[in-house]
Design a protein around this ligand. Structure first.
Ligand SMILES: *Cc1c(COP(=O)(O)O)cnc(C)c1O
Length: 373
């Protein structure tokens, strides 16, 4: 194994720059002994609400629980169907299954890898309760047609914005357009805690109130349990770290956009390596930079990059209807050819603020090598 010279993600750079502030945040939480919920969590919720321009933020222990509690708060459970995509992180579908509902898949657009809005209505049945689009790799899904369909069929819209903090759709922040938006602060996300974290955002005071209870054993007052809930709270320590990092998110997202532009201009000449399409009415936070190559070459390209010290990823290698099928779970009988093809042809290139232009050129240079194709 050769040494990694360009990692897929490098958080050390970010943490070195913030070391003093993060250590101070740790001290403050220690001194205040505010370890679970409490003042740091409240401040983080207030700051995130201001950043996203949304009235209610309920911080949680993870993005997965944000999705699960979103469904719970809407009363979705056994006998209900939720429409989503097969090419997302497993957590999207896990949340639907955790509440006892059935995931119903819609294939994606081959250019953007986002939900194909022309294929949603044929999947709507009397059991459908919600649409759960995923803002994959940071690019928001086509929210306007999704919201129009939701209105027509009286469905809730839950945005999986776990990868899309700071992204925008027609001037509005991803995660604030539907009934509920779900965010993750897993360390590798654009706004990452030093551990797990998540948040649910909404314009509805009723939903926010219910989720505040659900995250804390069914109540907001100690030993008063209004319902059967969960332990899905955010730590004070993570909130304090996130407060430090939230101040930098726009700078980091901008740095990622510049890196994406650099990749795009470098790869522009190649017919063999095609970045996903970006729609003009949205701004991506460029969480991942994903290209498509011929599926028969993908694994070899990956190995060659690895042997040159360049790490890549695949998001995601197995479409989720196959994951469910392999577990003996019902995922409907249909096949999803676009998602299946994407799973074999996608490759995620190194992407993080601090990735140098010379390093991008090095990746592009390797991808331009004729012997790879
Ligand atoms: C990260 C992620 C999640 C889950 O978030 P966690 O905080 O890791 O639980 C859900 N959906 C998508 C699309 C994600 O990328």
């Amino acid at each position: 194994m050769s040494k990694i010279s360009i990692p897929f993600l490098d958080l050390a750079l970010q943490h070195q720059a913030l070391e003093v502030e993060l250590e101070q945040a740790f001290r403050e939480v220690l001194d205040a002994r505010a370890f679970v919920l409490g003042p740091f969590v409240e401040r983080f919720e207030t700051d995130l609400a201001a950043y996203l321009d949304v009235p209610h933020v309920v911080s949680l222990n993870s993005g997965t629980d944000a999705l699960m509690l979103a469904l719970k708060a809407l009363g979705i459970g056994p006998g209900d169907e939720v429409i989503t995509v097969p090419n997302t992180f497993f957590a999207t579908v896990e949340a639907i299954l955790q509440v006892g509902a059935k995931p119903v898949f819609v294939d994606v657009d081959p250019q953007t890898a986002l939900i194909d809005v022309t294929k949603i209505s044929e999947k709507i049945t009397p059991k459908t309760k919600a649409l759960l689009p995923v803002h994959l790799y940071g690019q928001p899904a086509s929210m306007e047609p999704i919201l129009t369909l939701a209105k027509k069929y009286n469905l809730a819209v839950i945005e999986d914005a776990c990868q899309a903090i700071g992204s925008e759709y027609r001037g509005r922040k991803a995660g604030t357009l539907g009934d509920i938006g779900c965010f993750s602060f897993y360390p590798g996300k654009n706004l990452g805690a030093l551990g797990d974290g998540g948040a649910l955002v909404t314009r509805s005071p009723e939903i926010a109130e219910k989720v505040k209870k659900l995250r804390n054993h069914g109540g907001t007052i100690k030993y008063q349990h209004d319902m059967v809930g969960y332990n899905s709270r955010l730590d004070g320590l993570q909130a304090a770290f996130l407060l430090v990092k939230l101040r930098h998110i726009d700078t980091w997202n901008q740095a990622r956009r510049e890196i994406a532009l650099h990749y795009r201009s470098g790869l522009g000449q190649l017919k063999t390596v095609r970045p996903l399409q970006m729609m003009e009415d949205r701004i991506s936070n460029e969480h991942l930079f994903v290209v498509q190559v011929a599926s028969e070459n993908r694994d070899r390209i990956r190995e060659t990059l690895q042997s040159e010290g360049i790490e890549t990823g695949i998001h995601y290698p197995v479409p989720l209807h196959h994951v469910l099928r392999d577990q003996g779970l019902d995922s409907g009988k249909t096949s999803f050819p676009v998602s299946e093809k994407l799973s074999r042809s996608i490759l995620s290139l190194p992407m993080y603020p601090g990735l140098l232009p010379s390093q991008i050129d090095q990746v592009v240079g390797l991808l331009s090598r004729g012997d790879l194709f």
